[in-house]
Design a protein around this ligand. Sequence first.
Ligand SMILES: [Zn+2]
Ligand SMILES: [Zn+2]
Length: 373
Amino acid sequence: MARQTTHLREALLALLLLVGCEQRSTQRSSETAREAPAATLAPSSLDTRRSLDAHPPHRVTGFLKGQLHAHTNASGDSETPPAEVHAFYESREYDFVVFTDHNTVTDTPDGQLLTLPGIELTQNLRHCEPAPGPDEACLLHVNALFTEAPFGRHRLQWPKFGKREDLYARAVEWATASQSLAMLNHPNMHYGANADTIAAVAAKGLTLLEVGNQSWDSQNEGDASHPSTEALWDEVLSRGIRLWGAVTDDAHNYNDVDTAMKYSRPYPGNLGFVMVRAEKNALAIKQALARGDFYGSTGVTFTTLELSPAKCTLEVSEASAEFEVISRGRTVHHETGKRLAYVPSRDAGYVRFRVRAEGRFALTQPVFLTDLQ
Ligand SMILES: [Zn+2]
Ligand SMILES: [Zn+2]
């Protein structure tokens, strides 16, 4: 009962936010029209004002710590200006953050911390197919990461109803047309996407699935009638579909998080991130994400991560960790220690690793055994 009550409160709050967000967004859009004219939806309107390789390459020092989902006050449901969000992540030793405001590409301050352009393509609908459950809405969100779409708010003149897979797919197509990497966000928030939907959208060019959104309402663990986000990911991977898993903050509150918690909006910051093996420039980071050369984490980090179909070697920074090898949704090997060397079975289909230490975890990308020659 307590859980249902909580769920109902979250659903009502989400709908309130929806209304508030739209009102504020409309107001903001007109307020800022002079500096950042609202762009039209059409991907054909994309400009080339910024090249992804604008940042000079730096020496490879291993993994870069990055955030793929962060909101600013350009979203309407965050109070924090972009410069403060930038300072927040810079002070926490991040290497890059992608700003992903709701239907808005926010201009990004730069510094030691790379800030990269993105947008959360936000379709908040009351009706879709399959229909949402009681007290739920169709909150279907896709991040277009590294977008080359113009700064400003994008008015998505899309139909207000349809099949979930089609609604997600048009966002993925928009992302692709703006040279972005598409990530299907928080699949369990209001249970937006099941495995069939994710598989259908993956066929349209999806690159990433947000397996570990650390926001308060992401329902990653699922419930009695819905699988966890990791189980969804495994179901899709088991069908032979290649989709990389991301862990993010989806932060809306930063220095004001204590205030936010008073109003039952404990959106976190610095809880979920990705570690990307790339040089410190936008193009290299984008390419590493596209090929799955990264892992998601809530705090566990690797000093060694060598994954190949022939052999997988992992070593953590922590003194000891629990290593789980997962294949087709099942744990096929379990081991405790600082280091794991594992030779996957040829018939495993794929293996991936979940590593836990000190109450935190890391998720590697899958290794596909079909790649074994
Ligand atoms: Zn979202
Ligand atoms: Zn978000």
